[in-house]
Write a new protein. Structure first.
Length: 316
């Protein structure tokens, strides 16, 4: 039995050794308890620090450690996809290198899958302690909008940290779209999932790569990539304002016929025009986002480009 452990990395030089030290003990327990060997698949997402050099050293010290290095930063979604394609395990787990995903949960995940209680065991954050209020509000609004769609619901607080059996991994890999939103893909392919609640932990070392701006951009990409609900919202807004305009026209006609005075108040008219124009631009922007995704998809560019792997070094 083989467990493939996928670890996306972007400028993680400060935490990688701590990660290996803590994870090694968990891997040893998995080997003793389940008789499963573990392969590490680190995916260097175009790091500019010494991350790649450290991964080379890991591979030189341990043949179970493999790495893939991108030619530039393609994003975490591309890194997870590359790791899934390279994995060969009966079970495959995805986790971050910053130790905010407790490695000890791998043992519980392995128990769930080995007992055939589910096809996927996934970590779910139960609270948002220590997170800025604005970020929490936007996160809740994201799940609220997504889960109003006809697609499978996304569980709030879900993480990329999970372990899947080979059948589910193959199903995920069958979706080779360029604009990837893995949380949505995991939900869309279905299969039985058992959620493991856990408390959020701080990074073991280093700085987070996720600013509010990058998280907001990621949320918009996920929303556009997973559901057409924003288009439905734009359509309903158009219908509502069409109805309001008809009511306004009837009001003006009745007022003119009944009182015979001209309609006064150009400031209010300007405000209405600006407001309606803003709504139109907002709806046009939503349509533009979907068109941009279609544009990128039809280009058929690769999701990522590999510059170096440990297999290439072995051939040299």
């Amino acid at each position: 039995m083989l467990l493939s452990l996928i670890i996306p990395c972007f400028n993680e030089e400060d935490v990688l050794k701590l990660f290996m030290e803590r994870t090694s003990a968990v891997v040893k327990t998995i080997r003793e308890k389940f008789g499963a060997e573990t392969e590490y698949i680190f995916v260097d997402d175009g790091s500019s620090d010494t991350t790649l050099r450290i991964l080379r050293d890991f591979h030189a010290e341990n043949e179970a450690v493999h790495y893939i290095s991108f030619s530039r930063n393609f994003g975490k979604e591309a890194a997870m996809y590359a790791g899934l394609k390279a994995s060969a395990g009966d079970y495959t787990a995805i986790m971050d290198a910053d130790l905010q995903d407790p490695p000890e949960l791998l043992i519980q995940m392995m128990e769930i899958l080995s007992e055939n209680r589910a096809d996927c065991a996934a970590a779910r954050r139960m609270d948002r302690k220590g997170e800025p209020v604005i970020r929490s509000w936007f996160a809740r609004r994201f799940y609220s909008i997504v889960n109003r769609s006809k697609d499978p619901d996304l569980v709030e607080g879900v993480r990329d940290y999970r372990m899947m059996n080979r059948q589910m991994v193959n199903a995920v890999l069958s979706i080779s779209e360029y604009n990837r939103f893995s949380k949505g893909i995991f939900a869309w392919v279905g299969f039985r999932t058992e959620w493991i609640p856990y408390e959020h932990a701080d990074r073991a070392a280093g700085k987070t790569k996720w600013s509010f701006r990058s998280l907001l951009h990621y949320g918009i990409d996920g929303l556009i990539g997973y559901t057409v609900k924003p288009l439905e919202i734009a359509a309903w807004l158009g219908l509502i304002f069409f109805g309001l305009s008809m009511i306004g026209i009837l009001f003006i006609i009745v007022r003119k016929l009944a009182f015979g005075d001209p309609v006064a108040g150009w400031p209010s008219l300007v405000c209405i025009i600006l407001f309606c124009s803003g709504i139109q631009l907002f709806c046009t922007g939503i349509i533009g986002e979907y068109l941009a995704k279609v544009y990128l998809e039809v280009k058929n560019r690769p999701v990522y480009i590999v510059q170096e792997t440990d297999q290439m070094l072995q051939k040299l």
